[in-house]
Design a protein around this ligand. Structure first.
Ligand code: MF3
Ligand code: CO
Ligand code: CO
Length: 295
């Protein structure tokens, strides 16, 4: 019987692997048309679509992450140091049978990130005392029974000025709008576009250097989720994709500088920055938040 003419032996394999046909689907004796969506996403994008078991595991870790954030919210008041927040997060995580993912991650020295005022992200907990009027983002990632979940919120310390309320509200609303773009057949570009259009429309700016990310049994995995972009561009969303959306928005310009500690990212112009993050899964109808809290 004559072999089906799908591609020349030396052509790129139609499955999108980037390999020659003879080194890919021809070798596997399977038609590229037989590849499941999961196979295609793994081959083409190195995106590991999650099973129901994976999603349940991430969700369980997600509940712990959100409980930890609520605990931090109640704890935060003028006089508390960011080290105090770190200790609270660390101890609560361990007490619940989980591990804090940031600790020793690529040399990161603490169990959570605490980013105050002009700090965009990756603020390292220290003896910095929180003062009335500060805003502080607490970013918690826990590993529970092998699964990671990642979320953050920005909190007010006591009474805050109008500009603090403004940037925190823009960050919160940016994430809320991003979620409306999450459904099968939309693209990753649609997510970024929603954020950029809204935040820039409010006179704020969107940080480019740090982006959302796939997550599962690994802290940061494909795909990248930029918080800016053009509609109908990038990878198409399919059920089972799990990733974070975590827009960082600045009251001034988008540019940043990383401090000598190699972690702390601050706005170049010293303007306030705020962020909210959730871990989500794409479902048949839209999405489900795996670190649920109301935005
Ligand atoms: N939680 C951060 C994120 O949203 C990553 C922190 S990496 C660390 O992706 F090493 F700084 F903890
Ligand atoms: Co994240
Ligand atoms: Co995070």
């Amino acid at each position: 019987m004559k072999e089906e003419l799908i591609a020349g032996r030396n052509d790129l394999c139609p499955c999108g692997s980037g390999l020659k046909y003879k080194r890919c689907c021809m070798l596997n004796q399977r038609s590229p048309h037989d590849l499941s969506v999961a196979d295609l996403y793994l081959k083409n994008y190195r995106i590991k679509l999650k099973t129901a078991k994976d999603i349940a595991g991430i969700k369980k870790a997600g509940k712990l992450v959100v409980d930890t954030l609520w605990l931090a919210k109640e704890f935060i008041r003028p006089g508390v140091t960011t080290n105090d927040i770190n200790r609270l997060v660390h101890e609560y995580t361990i007490k619940n049978g989980a591990r804090p993912a940031p600790l020793n991650y690529r040399g990161y020295p603490k169990s959570t990130c605490t980013s105050v005022n002009e700090v965009i992200c990756h603020g390292i907990p220290s003896d910095r005392v929180l003062l009335e009027g500060d805003i502080v983002n607490v970013d918690v990632t826990s590993i529970l029974e092998e699964y990671y979940a990642d979320a953050n919120m920005t909190f007010f310390v006591g009474e805050c000025r109008e500009d603090a309320h403004k940037i925190v509200n823009i960050a919160r609303e940016s994430l809320k709008r991003a979620l409306t773009a999450v459904k099968p057949d939309n693209t990753i570009g649609d997510i970024g576009h929603e954020i950029q259009r809204y935040a820039e429309g409010q006179g704020a700016s969107v940080v480019r250097e740090f982006i959302g990310h796939g997550i599962g049994k690994v802290f940061h995995e494909p795909p990248d989720i930029p918080h800016f972009g053009k509609p109908h561009t990038g990878i198409t969303l399919v059920p089972g994709m799990v990733f974070t959306i975590e827009p960082m928005v600045n009251l001034g310009k988008r540019f940043l500088r990383v401090l000598d500690d190699q972690w702390t990212a601050v706005t170049r112009d010293g303007s306030l920055s705020a962020q909210f993050e959730q871990t989500i899964v794409v479902t048949e109808n839209g999405y489900e938040v795996l670190t649920p809290y109301d935005l």
